[in-house]
Design a protein around this ligand. Structure first.
Ligand SMILES: Cc1cc2nc3c(=O)[nH]c(=O)nc-3n(C[C@H](O)[C@H](O)[C@H](O)COP(=O)(O)O)c2cc1C
Length: 157
């Protein structure tokens, strides 16, 4: 039996992260700063929130696995670019200077300091009418609410 995964400390808010899904031939990644690491059903899990209008969303829907990767400070600009351009319109990975590498049945980037490989366990669409009013006003003008994905962390690179 493999060693159990120790739940890692990750600071989404301060450090940001890339979430990616797909394979080496066809994948997409984007920046996130909302998310968490924890425990669900006695499993170590990562939770991320992806709006359905992101190009990355389709890849999350099509694939059983996704990765969450964290980067040294020097890649802040690259993460900024991955979070403002869409893979629908350009090769943003190349523009950001990131190199995709395989990780399990998914992908991450060679520049990552840490990557969590996750298998989708659960997802749910967040409901706007359950949001606090100030959150709704600040973050949800005309954009759709996020789909929450909870993935079991099965390997850490
Ligand atoms: C710092 C930062 C944090 C972000 N966090 C999220 C997030 O948690 N969820 C989300 O859906 N989009 C988030 N975004 C927006 C996406 O990264 C952005 O829309 C991206 O261009 C989508 O790329 P895609 O269309 O290639 O998927 C964030 C952007 C930035 C710059």
């Amino acid at each position: 039996m493999n060693d159990p995964i120790l739940i890692p400390y990750c600071d989404f808010h301060e450090d940001w992260a890339l979430v990616a899904a797909g394979n080496m031939d066809d994948h997409n990644a984007m920046t996130v700063s909302w998310g968490g690491i924890g425990c669900l059903w006695n499993k170590p899990v990562a939770t991320v929130y992806v709006r359905p209008n992101r190009h990355t969303y389709g890849y999350f829907e099509k694939n059983e696995y996704f990765t969450v990767s964290f980067y040294p400070g020097e890649y802040r600009k690259a993460l900024g670019l991955m979070g403002t351009k869409s893979g629908r319109d350009c090769d943003k990975e190349a523009e950001a200077g990131l190199t995709a590498i395989p990780f399990g049945e998914s992908v991450t980037f060679a520049q990552a300091g840490k990557t969590l490989l996750c298998r989708k366990l659960y997802h749910q669409d967040m409901e706007l009418d359950r949001f606090p009013e100030d959150v709704k006003a600040r973050f949800f003008g005309s954009e759709p609410a996020h789909r929450m994905y909870i993935g079991e962390i099965i390997e850490i690179l």
